[in-house]
Design a protein around this ligand. Structure first.
Ligand SMILES: [Zn+2]
Length: 298
């Protein structure tokens, strides 16, 4: 299969006449003028591509982005820091960004970075779920061990790779201070996604900076999306703060979404074991008191 055939099947070209302008996402829908549909637009727009080509693994229905995802999937600046409350669907958005990039950029590499393997699972499992149920991609996906997925036909394929500095399940294990174990040595990225950035160890940030800074092959530098809890700016290291602060580095844009600014209702936390997932989300006062007690005890 050549590149064009692959792209056509990956974006469902044969179905394009049925695509309504602007997609049929629930309101508030993106402005139709900004999302005209069509092959060229789907190559550029992860939101429209996902709603056109991906099946929601949980419902089996065509994927529909929620409020936060509609923003995260249409961010156009080179680098974004996203400070989000829990359960915004950011992990799903990251999986979609990785897939869309790999499909539309042959020979590229997407790095999905998380502070621990456990943290990285959220994005990686969603990515695998999408691949399992989104038929146009099936024939062109190869799993290379548990950390790498190759997408695309033959020599045109792209790589999605997951990396964590803690080669253990949990970030509560003590990290290695060895710089070469950042996982980033010798890596390059055409798209870098950093999840749970609050917990990325300080020694990793200089590696990020080296990775995304302009180079002869990438004069503008790499596209980066950093995701964290709303409290990110107070908890990250001084170095990371300087790297990511738009005041010091104009290549960064910032998006902040607290739970009370999200027009869509939050799902209620399920088991109390979900506490870490819900960390810094907005709770019902009773639930919050309950979690606080558990935390103090633990
Ligand atoms: Zn679009």
């Amino acid at each position: 299969m050549d590149r064009r055939l692959f792209l056509q099947s990956a974006v469902g070209l044969s179905l394009l006449p049925a695509l309504p302008a602007g997609g049929d996402s629930p309101s508030p829908a993106p402005a139709a003028a900004e999302h005209p549909g069509g092959f060229a637009h789907l190559l550029e727009c992860p939101l429209c591509w996902a709603e056109k080509c991906l099946t929601d693994p949980q419902t089996g229905e065509p994927f529909r982005a929620n409020y936060a995802q509609r923003i995260l999937l249409t961010q156009s600046e080179l680098r974004h820091v996203n400070q989000l409350h829990r359960r915004t669907g950011a992990s799903t958005a990251q999986a979609i960004l990785a897939l869309h990039w790999a499909v539309t950029h042959p020979h590229s590499q997407v790095l999905c970075y998380a502070p621990s393997i456990q943290d990285g699972d959220a994005v990686w499992f969603r990515l695998e779920d999408f691949l399992k149920c989104s038929h146009p991609l099936n024939g062109c996906v190869r799993y290379l061990g548990s950390q790498r997925i190759e997408i695309g036909p033959g020599s045109l394929s792209s790589l999605i790779r997951r990396i964590s500095p803690y080669q253990t399940q949990s970030r509560s294990d003590s990290p290695s201070a060895d710089l070469t174990r950042s996982g980033l040595t010798g890596q390059h990225a055409d798209l870098l996604l950093v999840d749970n950035a609050t917990w990325v160890p300080e020694y990793v940030w200089p590696y990020f900076k080296r990775l995304y800074s302009p180079s002869p092959t990438q004069p503008k530098g790499t596209r980066v999306r950093v995701y964290s809890t709303p409290a990110f700016s107070t908890e990250i290291t001084q170095y990371a703060r300087l790297c990511l602060d738009p005041k010091f580095d104009k290549t960064w844009s910032r998006f902040h979404l607290a739970s009370w600014d999200n027009p869509e209702p939050l799902r209620e936390p399920g088991l109390w074991l979900n506490f870490h997932n819900e960390f810094q989300a907005r709770f019902h006062p009773d639930v919050e008191r309950h979690f606080r007690r558990l935390r103090l005890r633990g």
